[in-house]
Write a new protein. Structure first.
Length: 298
């Protein structure tokens, strides 16, 4: 069993097609077929059902795929560990909610790539729910994650507070609530809201404050996109709570107004999280250090 066989197998499993796999890997189709066939011979099982032009993983193939991917990942890590740490290389997969991937990550990634051009960066946008991100970390689908809000107490994860994000209440400039600035908890009675998806840390804090005060806001519009939320608020479809960093442009252009929330604190922390058993490659070590530096600056 060698890495060429494993790469051929994993690629065919992903594409369900020998021809496409050959194109991706730069081999003749007969070579891919031969590598998979040799692997099946060594294992003594069929890894694929070949039904006409369809290629489908067998039960044994599905079980073996998990191990093949792990072996290839370890192989890549082993190769990456050998070069000098002053010149990191390899691939980093980063998970983050849209708020951070749209505003915080671009300058961080731009600076990182300028310093370490041999490192490939892949950003996997995750919903705001922390449990989705932790699942990705535990399944090794991502190497490191950024989240907003709350604390991370899972024993198998390492979390570090990078800094704090100011959360503000905003509306369209002509919204009736602008006449009540600063806005208090009681002013929220019956007011329509436009909010990020359930599970978002600062949304949960805001709704908890309203519940504890016995305040019932108006109907809620829910979006997974920060841009969609801002556009709806500008069109007076409701007000919202968002990190100040996400609305700086709109505030500066006079499209949105900071309602100067006078209530319990909405501010939240920004965390970087990775699995405790994760190998801290030179690339990941450099990325973590740069994240700490740039969060303090910005």
């Amino acid at each position: 069993m060698d890495t060429r066989q494993l790469k051929a197998f994993v690629t065919v499993a992903a594409t369900s097609n020998f021809t496409k796999s050959a194109e991706i890997l730069g081999y003749a189709q007969s070579s891919i077929t031969g590598q998979v066939g040799s692997l099946e011979g060594e294992l003594g099982v069929k890894l694929f059902e070949r039904l006409g032009r369809q290629v489908i993983l067998t039960r044994e193939g599905k079980r073996f795929l998990v191990y093949a991917e792990k072996i290839l990942k370890l192989y890549a890590e082993a190769k990456e560990a050998v070069p000098a740490s002053l010149n990191p290389a390899g691939t980093l997969v980063i998970g983050a909610p849209e708020t951070l991937s749209a505003v915080r990550l671009p300058p961080l990634i731009q600076e990182f790539r300028s310093r370490y051009p041999r490192v490939e960066i892949v950003v996997k946008e995750c919903r705001a729910k922390a449990n989705e991100i932790t699942t990705f970390l535990r399944n090794s689908e991502i190497d490191v994650a950024f989240i907003l809000g709350g604390e991370m107490y899972a024993s198998d994860l390492v979390s570090e507070i990078l800094g704090f994000e100011q959360i503000i209440l905003v509306s369209a400039t002509s919204h009736p609530l602008t006449g009540k600035i600063p806005v208090r908890v009681g002013d929220m009675e019956g007011v329509p809201l436009v909010l990020c998806a359930e599970g978002c840390g600062y949304r949960m804090v805001f709704e908890s404050i309203l519940r504890e005060a016995g305040i019932r806001p108006g109907p809620v519009l829910e979006f997974g996109s920060i841009e969609a939320i801002k556009k709806c608020v500008i069109q007076q479809m409701g007000i919202t709570v968002l990190p100040r960093m996400a609305v700086q442009g709109e505030l500066g252009r006079g499209e949105l107004t900071d309602l100067q929330w006078q209530g319990p604190d909405l501010d939240t922390n920004a965390l970087v999280v990775y699995h405790k058993d994760k190998w801290i490659s030179p690339a990941l070590s450099a990325f973590l250090q740069m994240s700490r530096e740039m969060w303090r600056i910005h």
